[in-house]
Design a protein around this ligand. Structure first.
Ligand code: CP
Length: 323
C-alpha cells in the first residue's frame, strides 16, 4: 500500500480487516516493523480518536509518532499552484511538504472541507498537494470528502460483531446509514466514506436514509438503496449507522432542518433486528442520538472507537511493508 486516502487504495478489504483483528489479539505482534521509522501526524483541524489511536498504532509497530497541530501552531499554508502570496498564507505546501518528506517516513494528515465551495472541496486539493510534494506515503486522517480510517474501523467492528453473533447462513447483514439532526453543517466525509467502503466490501444489504435535499455524491453511494422513509429503512436492520451531514447537491454545505423526528430512539429501534447502533463520534447527545440509545445495550460506539487503533495499525503495517 503506497497511500491510504480512500477504499480504492485497498486491494483486499477482508484481508486488511483480518489483519486488524489479529493486531487486536496481539498488539505487539510486529513491534520491530517500524523500528527507526517516524510518522508525522499533521492536524489542520481538531481530533481526539484519530490522533490518539494513530499514535498508539504507530507505537505498537515500534514507530516514533510526532504530532504537529499545523492548523493552529504552524505557518498558514498556501495550496493553490502559482498563487501570488500577498494575502494571509505564509508558506506554500510546495515548500513545506518536501521538508516533511525528509523529516518523516510516513505523513498522515487531517484536513476538513471548507463547506463553502463544493468543487474545491471535492477536488481534495489539500491532501493531493501533500501527496504530490511530500515524496513519502500519505495517510488520510480525514480529508475534505472521506474518512477512510474511520470506515475501515467500521467494517472491522461490523465483522467482529458478526463473528460473535453469526447471521443465518447465506444472509448478508442489513446495514442502514441514517441521517441525524445536528445544530450546524457538518462535512459529508463520514457518510461518503462509509458508503464507499460498504459498497467496496460488498457483504451487506446496504440502505441509506435521509430527508429530501441531503443526497450524497452518487460516486460513493451507487449500489445502495436510498430512501427518504427512515421507518421503512430501519425495518429488520442488523446495524444502524447514525450520522449527520450537510447538503451536497444544490446549495452546498447547508443544513435546512434540525428535525428531531430523525433522531434514533428505542421505539424506532424496536422494528430492527435488534440492531447494533454505530456512530463515529463525537456525538451531540439528544440531538443526533438519544441518551437511551447511547447508554443502552445496542450501542457499540465505544468498541467501534477503540477499534480505531487496530485499523490504523493494519494500515501503517501495510505501508511499512511496501516501502
Ligand atoms: N471519529 C473521529 O474521527 O474522531 P476524532 O474527530 O475525535 O478524531
Amino acid at each position: 500500500m503506497k497511500q491510504f486516502i480512500s477504499a480504492e487504495d485497498v486491494q483486499d478489504i477482508p484481508a486488511l480487516v483480518n489483519q486488524a483483528l489479529a493486531y487486536k489479539q496481539q498488539p505487539l505482534l510486529d513491534k520491530q516493523l517500524g523500528a527507526n521509522k517516524r510518522i508525522g501526524l499533521l492536524f489542520l483541524n481538531p481530533s481526539m480518536r484519530t490522533r490518539l489511536s494513530t499514535q498508539i498504532a504507530a507505537q505498537n509497530l515500534g514507530m516514533e509518532a510526532i504530532v504537529f497541530n499545523i492548523g493552529s501552531e504552524g505557518w498558514a499554508l498556501e495550496f493553490e499552484d502559482e498563487a501570488i502570496m500577498s494575502g494571509s498564507t505564509v508558506e506554500h505546501v510546495k515548500d513545506a511538504a518536501p521538508i516533511m518528506g525528509k523529516y518523516f517516513d510516513v505523513l498522515a494528515i487531517r484536513t476538513f472541507p471548507s463547506l463553502k465551495n463544493r468543487e474545491d472541496d471535492y477536488s481534495e486539493l489539500f491532501i493531493r498537494q501533500f501527496i504530490r510534494y511530500a515524496g513519502i506515503p500519505v495517510v488520510s486522517l480525514e480529508s475534505a470528502t472521506l474518512h477512510p480510517l474511520q470506515s475501515l474501523t467500521d467494517i472491522i467492528t461490523i465483522t467482529e460483531t458478526l463473528k460473535a453473533n453469526p447471521l443465518p447462513a447465506g444472509r448478508k447483514p442489513k446495514i442502514v446509514l441514517t441521517w441525524a439532526p445536528h445544530v450546524k453543517p457538518l462535512p459529508q466525509c463520514v457518510a461518503n466514506s462509509f458508503s464507499q467502503w460498504v459498497n467496496a466490501w460488498g457483504n451487506a444489504d446496504f440502505v441509506i436514509t435521509h430527508p429530501e435535499d441531503y443526497e450524497l455524491d452518487t460516486k460513493f453511494t451507487n449500489g445502495a438503496t436510498i430512501t427518504h422513509n427512515q421507518e421503512e429503512a430501519l425495518k429488520d436492520a442488523d446495524f444502524v449507522y447514525v450520522k449527520n451531514w450537510s447538503t451536497f447537491n444544490n446549495e452546498y454545505g447547508k443544513i435546512y432542518c434540525n428535525d428531531p423526528a430523525w433522531m434514533l430512539t428505542n421505539e424506532k429501534l424496536s422494528t430492527t433486528n435488534n440492531a447494533k447502533v454505530m456512530h463515529c463520534l463525537p456525538v451531540r447527545r439528544n440531538v443526533e442520538l438519544s441518551d437511551e440509545i447511547l447508554d443502552g445495550p445496542n450501542s457499540i460506539v465505544t468498541r467501534q472507537a477503540s477499534n480505531r487503533v487496530w485499523a490504523a495499525q493494519a494500515v501503517l503495517s501495510n505501508i511499512l511493508q511496501s516501502k
